[in-house]
Ligand binder design. Structure first.
Ligand code: ARE
Ligand code: CA
Length: 476
């Protein structure tokens, strides 16, 4: 089902990649709840194969369906979900059920479970070879059957047409639902048949009433189907029963904010771009794969490493009504395999957070002023449409969200300076990019909107941020 069940007008989730449950719980209480975040996507929570060196991607190699990973155990998970729900922040779990681990000898999991992957034997579930497709490698992405019935990177491929496999998946997801989550990211959905997923989703239980969800609420489903338009599997095959992650979104915006295509073309964003219908899409600028060269998008993908244009692209993402938005929150890396900051025994080191700056190796994009302020902007703008579009014929653009918010972006090497139509009621507004309202004062630029809805807007080419944003929630 396509509705995330956020509280009130909250509109954005953050992926706290590789965070521990205890740290997420605290972040919900101290920051995400108060700042209007709608939810958190957590890294996979099932028991995974321990891989020497502890790369992040070991978490995509299930060895059992027990809830135990480097993020924490089941009681820590339960405590986190309860505390985040109490802070009005929903939890979404990344579910890996296309496959089990690849071959490893010995194969031991975080909870101590063992398996014999080369025999497709996973006694802790249990799964036996009868539950898997035959061994073959995915090489031809034009062949939808091969993509779904062969192995992704040597990961043994479960057969979701089998009743025993379906039952195990439903049991696992229901167990998580009972703990109070609001929904699921479906990893590698592209590699599973839509007709099997439809059946599996239809058997899931409703969201927990005692966790605060309305009666008969169905879990939110968003599926990882990488479809850039040239392969056998199509994203539209998956939109009847859930949202799909729209990978073209971050690729096109990456190109645009890198200056390869003019921002003025964003005037009709969402239509005519080969993107999914807005109500079917979950979008992001980058994710845990493509920020490090895995998955799709390559060098066009913007990440925290391109901080200035990354913030600009994220501001556009959050200002524009298209799709359900997700923000990435990373740890620092150069080696694309390296796992999160950890002690020598593999224990993840918590982020230390002072004045919105994370240390101990964590980046915390979600704590960046320009990003969390736009999360608030999106909540204020609700469902209001894009209006008052303006561009200079090239890389300077502005638009309003009805009469609730206004954003201007300067992607040029020339200053932006002029009287632009903001759509907002007359008054004084605080630019939430250059500052914020503290006490009764705006610490950034104050923008004066006159009776005709116009305001003098200035973004010098060399400004720290190429964005200016005002909304009715921040007057000064
Ligand atoms: C690791 C090693 C492999 C090894 C394997 C088994 O890297 O060398 O063979 O283990 O031992 C992540 C990592 C993988 C990792 C895996 C398991 O990215 O490197 O393998 O965990 O540890 C395709 C899929 C898409 C997938 C991307 C990465 O379609 O579903 O590849 N993304 C999800 C997750 C990943 C995760 C998995 C799936 C597996 O988000 O984090 O993998 O659970 C074109 C196609 C895309 C294709 C892309 C890259 O763009 O259109 O469909 O994406 O190429 O191949
Ligand atoms: Ca498969």
């Amino acid at each position: 089902q396509k509705h995330p069940y956020y509280v009130d007008d909250r509109g954005t989730m953050v992926h706290l990649f590789e965070w521990k449950f205890q740290d997420i719980a605290r972040e919900c209480e101290e920051f995400l709840g108060p700042m209007g975040f709608g939810g958190v996507q957590v890294s996979p929570i099932h028991e995974n194969l321990i891989i020497p060196g502890r790369p992040w991607y070991e978490r995509y190699q299930p060895i059992s369906m027990k809830i135990h990973s480097r993020s924490g155990n089941v009681s820590e998970f339960q405590d986190m979900v309860r505390r985040c729900n109490a802070a009005d922040v929903r939890i979404y779990v990344d579910v890996v059920v296309n496959h089990m681990t690849g071959d490893a000898n010995p194969a031991r999991g975080v909870d101590g479970s063992t398996a014999e992957p080369s025999l497709k034997s996973y006694p802790a579930v249990p799964f036996t070879s009868a539950d898997f497709h035959r061994t073959c490698a995915i090489s031809n992405y034009q062949n939808a059957t091969e993509v779904r019935d062969c192995e992704l990177s040597g990961l043994h491929d479960l057969d979701q047409s089998k009743e025993h496999v379906r039952a195990a998946i439903v049991e696992y997801m229901d167990r998580i639902t009972d703990l109070g989550v609001a929904g699921f990211r479906i990893d590698a959905a592209k590699h599973m048949w839509p007709q099997d997923l439809r059946i599996i989703y239809s058997r899931l239980k409703n969201l927990s009433v005692s966790a605060g969800f309305p009666r008969n609420s169905r879990p939110f489903i968003y599926q990882e189907v990488i479809d850039l338009g040239n392969e056998g599997v199509k994203k539209a095959e998956y939109t009847d029963f859930g949202r799909v992650i729209e990978f073209n979104f971050g690729i096109v915006l990456g190109n645009m904010f890198r200056g390869l295509e003019p921002l003025k073309d964003l005037k009709n964003w969402g239509n005519g771009w080969g993107l999914l219908p807005s109500g079917d899409a979950l979008v992001m600028i980058d994710n845990h794969d493509n920020q490090r060269g895995h998955g799709a998008g390559g060098a066009t993908i913007l990440t925290y490493k391109d901080a200035r244009i990354y913030k600009m692209a994220t501001a556009f993402e959050l200002a524009h009504p298209y799709g359900t938005t997700r923000i990435m929150s990373s740890y620092s890396f150069t080696d694309p395999s390296v796992g999160p900051p950890a002690d020598s025994d593999g224990t993840i080191i918590s982020p230390k957070i002072t004045n919105n700056v994370c240390t101990n190796g964590w980046i915390c994009e979600h704590r960046w002023h320009q990003i969390y302020q736009m999360v608030i902007f999106r909540n204020v703008a609700k469902r209001s449409p894009v209006e008052n579009w303006w561009d200079n014929g090239n890389n300077q653009i502005s638009f309003s969200r009805g009469r609730l918010g206004f954003i201007a972006i300067n992607g040029e090497t020339e200053d932006l300076r002029g009287n632009l139509t903001t759509g907002l009621p007359a008054g004084k507004y605080c630019d939430v990019i250059s500052g914020e309202v503290r006490g009764n004062k705006c610490t950034g630029k104050t923008i004066e909107v006159t009776e005709n809805g116009k305001a003098f807007i200035e973004i010098p080419a060399n400004a720290d941020d190429g964005v200016l944003a005002i909304h009715i929630g921040r007057t000064s």
